[in-house]
Design a protein around this ligand. Structure first.
Ligand code: ADP
Ligand code: MG
Length: 710
């Protein structure tokens, strides 16, 4: 917002000055009046509720009391010097204590027969009696009372700010000074039409009410107004980016479905496609034939069969050629790990054998000679499909005519890499991003608001739902017993250990201890055990992996290396050690490694007896449901969007007031409104949308992080 008032540097505000301004900048990035006004309260205390002294107990957080000061006293000397006031109401008495600022407060507060005070603070039990240290205190008759509003804002602060007396109360004080300056100087950012339609408060009123609400109703309206606005402008931005991109980047037109696709579909499909797979293949095909450049997110739970969908669409790319010179298109698939790239390569080259297509693989461990040949074949067009890791992004990798890029597990790659892929060619190929991390709709709409989305919402037939149980470490022998039973009927077992960067050494030790105890409990030659972890060389990893894939070993001990994509249909048991240390989406991903065949599969979550309530909820959720989207919703509520996988680097979640976990409805309303607005006024040129256009233009000039998304 460009506006003289709002852009006023914060040091000009009464009671701020250079020193406080300095900490505000460093600690909270508050540089201007506008920034301070956007430092929204994170909760409110209801100041309409008064307690009586006799109601006080140790469980109460903060209480508000009304009463008189009947005695005061300065106690102790030097370091222990403190000011003690006796506070009484008709039900009892308690002590108020000040250690800091004792002298100042002793001058302010005098015992008085009639003067009434309101105090607010956290009671603590001391020598069998309750007292309150450093309460907020105010004379009831005081005109200027900060308690004027019934709902009092509580602000985030930091130790450094508190050092400058900018705790929540201190922030409220300077905020009050600032809000008192607001008089027709906060410009409206939305159109009259939108304000009327949603019965929104004006921007100015909303800003005042959010900090000093006059009533719960007004607070609600202020919150709605500000959340709506925030989400509306983000959606507007994403939608505009999308339409600009669609205008500027013409896509290749894949107009036909030809021999490659048809031969495969009619003769070599390993199984009947699910209806969801058929629908999604069609969505993608139509998009690639539409003339615009496709940017599509393909969401489907683990095991829903995304690989086949990708393959069939790559065949469509191969079926088409560039109109100018008739050169056929190539396709590539990028995976996040070498193991996964190898697995995709195996699957796809096996499936395509009858079609006589040239499928290549490029990873970090591809040898120089093979690499050179690959580069050559990519450039002369002999290579049809290239599969690999982020090694595909290296500059030497140049295609003759790349038409489709498939990225598996998008969240592991940053958006920057997505962009880099695009620039491999003068014309922009179609991009299909596959994600098995079910993202709640609200998050997808914000995070990927500039992408189209396809969802595979159906599992291949014949899968039995995985049975999940939670067991404590003390039951390990029973769990070993169960493993033996499963191995006896021919199944294989995963045992997964957490590996977290910060405690890598310890985790590594846990893994090795675990491996040893398993080898002891499952001795050779009857049992064979594989182990795979991040510190192993790629070929050693691959070797161990292959032994398990070929069922030469029955047990695979691993860290989360196996999290993504590994496909061993005969593995029917997943044991997750220290399961409490994993987030929900990761647990769900790991569980997805089993249940890939026709056999009944099991997931056993091992934890210690010490479980936080969050931890308990995570285990219960996993045991209750197999539905990835339901799990993602719980995850979002538990952790908030900032911790969801894939969101960290996006910056899109740098929201001031909206909360994606709670504000799904507002988000929908805001998005629909943005879509409607742009459909009627694509360039925001109509006079009635001038305020929106102005605000939108200014927004780009601000230091907003979420503009990083594209
Ligand atoms: P993901 O979506 O997790 O990448 P995959 O593509 O690896 O899933 O598929 C999981 C398993 O399901 C594979 O073994 C695959 O061969 C099998 N599969 C895929 N589609 C079908 C289908 N329509 N019918 C039966 N099995 C299928
Ligand atoms: Mg996959």
């Amino acid at each position: 917002m460009s506006n003289a008032f709002l852009n006023t540097p914060i040091e000009y505000l009464k009671n701020v000055g250079p020193q406080r301004a300095d900490v505000l900048k460093k600690e909270l990035h508050i540089f201007t009046y506008h920034n301070l006004l956007q430092h929204y309260p994170f909760r409110y205390v209801d100041r309409t509720k008064f307690y009586k002294i006799k109601e006080i107990n140790a469980d109460l957080p903060y209480v508000q009391l009304r009463g008189k000061i009947t005695a005061t006293e300065m106690v102790g000397a030097k370091r222990t010097k403190r000011f003690v006031a006796t506070f009484t109401d008709e039900t009892g008495r308690l002590e108020l204590v000040w250690f800091q600022g004792a002298k100042w407060i002793s001058e302010k507060i005098k015992p008085h027969l009639t003067n009434e005070y309101v105090i607010f603070g956290k009671p603590a039990l001391f020598n069998g009696k309750f007292n309150i240290a450093h309460p907020e205190i105010e004379l009831v008759s005081d005109e200027n009372t900060v308690f004027a509003s019934a709902l009092q804002a509580v602000y985030h602060s930091t130790d450094k700010l508190k050092g400058k007396s900018l705790d929540t109360k201190g922030i409220a004080k300077i905020m009050k000074g600032l809000v008192s300056l607001i008089k027709n100087n906060i410009p409206e950012s939305l159109s009259t039409d939108i304000i009327n339609r949603f019965q929104l408060l004006s921007k100015e009123e909303a800003v005042k009410q959010i900090h000093f609400p006059k009533s719960p109703e007004l607070l609600k309206k202020a919150e709605f107004r500000l959340k709506f606005e925030e989400l509306f402008f983000i959606q507007l931005k994403l939608l505009k980016q999308k339409s600009t991109r669609e205008k500027n980047y013409r896509g290749f037109v894949f107009s036909k479905v030809g021999d490659n696709f048809n031969t495969f579909y009619n003769h070599h499909l390993p199984f009947e496609l699910t209806n969801a797979q058929k629908r999604v293949i069609k969505e993608i095909r139509l998009d690639m034939g539409s003339g615009k450049q496709m940017n599509r997110l393909l969401q489907g739970d683990v095991g829903s069969g995304k690989t086949l969908v990708a393959l069939m669409n790559m065949l469509i790319a191969l079926d088409n050629s560039r109109p100018e010179d008739g050169i056929p298109f190539q396709a590539c698939l990028m995976a996040p790990t070498e193991i996964l790239a190898n697995q995709h390569f195996e699957t796809i080259s096996t499936l395509l054998k009858p079609l006589n297509k040239n499928v290549g693989i490029l990873t970090g461990s591809t040898k120089t000679k093979a690499r050179r040949l690959l580069h050559e074949q990519l450039q002369n067009g002999e290579m049809h499909i290239l599969i690999g890791t982020h090694a595909l992004l290296e500059d030497e990798v140049q295609f003759k005519n790349i038409g489709l890029i498939v990225i598996d597990e998008q969240h592991r790659f940053g958006v920057a890499q997505r962009a880099k892929m695009w620039n491999k060619n003068s014309l922009t190929p179609h991009v299909l991003i596959m994600s098995a991390t079910p993202i709640p709709r609200t998050l997808a709409m914000t995070l990927y608001g500039d992408l189209d989305v396809s969802v595979i919402d159906e599992m291949p037939p014949g899968r039995k739902p995985i049975q999940t149980v939670h067991r404590f470490d003390s039951n390990r022998l029973r769990v070993f017993e169960f493993m033996r039973e499963q191995i006896a009927i021919g199944r294989q077992v995963y045992v997964v250990y957490p590996l977290i960067k910060e405690s890598e050494k310890m985790d590594y030790k846990d893994l090795m201890d675990g491996y040893e105890s398993i080898v002891r409990a499952f001795p050779q030659p009857q049992y064979q055990v594989s182990i795979v972890h991040g510190q192993m060389k790629a070929d050693a990893k691959e070797y161990e992996m292959q032994r398990f894939v070929k069922a030469e070993t029955q047990i695979m001990v691993a860290t989360t290396v196996i999290e993504v994509g590994v496909n061993v249909p005969n593995a029917s048991v997943m044991i997750i050690e220290s399961a409490e240390r994993f987030g929900l989406s990761q647990l769900h991903q790991l569980r997805g490694r089993v249940g890939r065949g026709a056999e009944q599969s099991y997931c056993i979550l091992m934890t210690s007896h010490k479980l936080s309530s969050d931890g308990k909820l995570r285990m219960d959720t996993m045991c209750r449901t197999n539905d990835g989207f339901e799990i993602a919703d719980v995850d979002l509520k538990l952790r908030g969007p900032g911790d969801m996988s894939g969101t960290q680097q996006s910056g899109v979640l740098d929201l001031h007031i909206a909360d994606l976990a709670k504000d799904a409805q507002i988000l929908h309303a805001a998005r629909n409104m943005a879509i409607e607005l742009l459909s009627e006024d694509t360039n925001l040129e109509k006079p009635e949308n001038a305020t929106i256009a102005y605000h939108f233009a200014m927004m780009g000039k601000e230091r907003t992080n979420w503009s990083r998304i594209s």
